[in-house]
Design a protein around this ligand. Structure first.
Ligand SMILES: NC(=O)c1ccc[n+]([C@@H]2O[C@H](COP(=O)([O-])OP(=O)(O)OC[C@H]3O[C@@H](n4cnc5c(N)ncnc54)[C@H](OP(=O)(O)O)[C@@H]3O)[C@@H](O)[C@H]2O)c1
Length: 255
């Protein structure tokens, strides 16, 4: 009988997840650890990361918490050596940290503009480079998964214009770096979620009401519905898949 070329065994690997203190990133960290990867859980709220690490360890996984503000380029440069010392050379990076501006373009302060650009886009480009450089030097393969958004291609005009712009940038970072690093066997892919239940979407529902009831399925998607796509993109058996962004939106939006 034919054995499909697919494995989600990540033992021997080290992953970094940004924005692991809540929402999708927290789920990504747990799922990667459950498949055998050591996981560096990063975000600003260290107390939340410590609780996550305890949970992963109680389930038999290996993880460590690292305080990281992705807006700070110096911290982005320091994090890879710190993780390497603690858990070994990272070969999986999930660029997940993100914020939503929830504001019309002309009403945004310069501080908010900088925060959204630095958190959602500049960090993805900078950290990807920091992650890739040692792998390229060692001729080791790597996997990057960038969390974009359906907002990269859909914007209804009622606030979050810059969020949409940064997420389009994340898609382009994914495509451009995939091409540049193909020869180094560093695969760069993305996920473009629709509305998923997290602190971020709770805030949107608080501000705008239960708009998800208008979706064809009348529901918000749940973080665990993204597990299979994340694992597909980091699986050793998907090594020909690079430069792809998978939309996961539960059929919420038009195409
Ligand atoms: N939920 C959705 O419906 C949805 C849809 C499309 C795309 N996305 C994308 O999915 C990703 C995760 O979103 P989520 O819904 O899980 O949001 P969330 O529940 O609000 O969590 C956001 C995470 O990002 C971290 N973060 C924010 N600013 C940071 C900074 N400056 N430095 C380091 N970490 C930072 C937060 O950690 P700290 O506050 O502890 O630093 C937190 O862990 C984002 O990129 C978002 O744009 C979400």
């Amino acid at each position: 009988m034919t054995t499909p070329n697919f494995s989600i065994d990540l033992s021997g690997q080290t992953a970094i997840v940004t924005g692991a203190s809540a929402g999708l990133g927290l789920r990504f960290a747990k799922v990667l650890a459950a498949c055998g990867s050591k996981v560096a859980c990063t975000a600003r709220r260290k107390d939340k990361l410590d609780a996550l690490v305890s949970e992963i360890e109680a389930d038999g996984g290996v993880a460590q918490a690292f305080a990281l503000d992705v807006r700070d380029a110096q911290q982005l440069k320091a994090i890879i050596p710190s993780v390497t010392d603690a858990l070994g050379q990272p070969n999986i990076l999930v660029n997940n940290a993100g914020i939503v501006d929830a504001e019309h373009a002309t009403r945004m302060s310069q501080e908010l503009i900088d925060d959204v650009l630095d958190t959602n886009l500049r960090s993805v480009f900078t950290l990807s480079n920091e992650f890739a450089r040692p792998l390229i030097a060692e001729k080791s393969p790597g996997r990057i998964v960038n969390i974009a958004s359906i907002a990269a291609t859909n914007y209804g005009g009622n606030g979050a214009a810059l969020y949409s712009i940064t997420k389009a940038g994340v898609v382009r970072v994914t495509e451009a770096l995939a091409v540049e690093w193909s020869r180094f066997h560093i695969n760069v892919n993305g996920i473009a979620p629709g509305l998923f239940q997290t602190d971020m979407s709770d805030g949107m529902v608080e501000r705008s009401g239960e708009f998800y009831k208008q979706f064809p399925r009348g529901r918000i998607a749940q973080p665990e519905q993204m597990d299979s796509t994340l694992l597909f993109l980091v699986s050793p058996s998907s090594d020909a898949v690079t430069g792809t962004v998978v939309k996961i939106d539960d059929g919420q939006s038009p195409r």
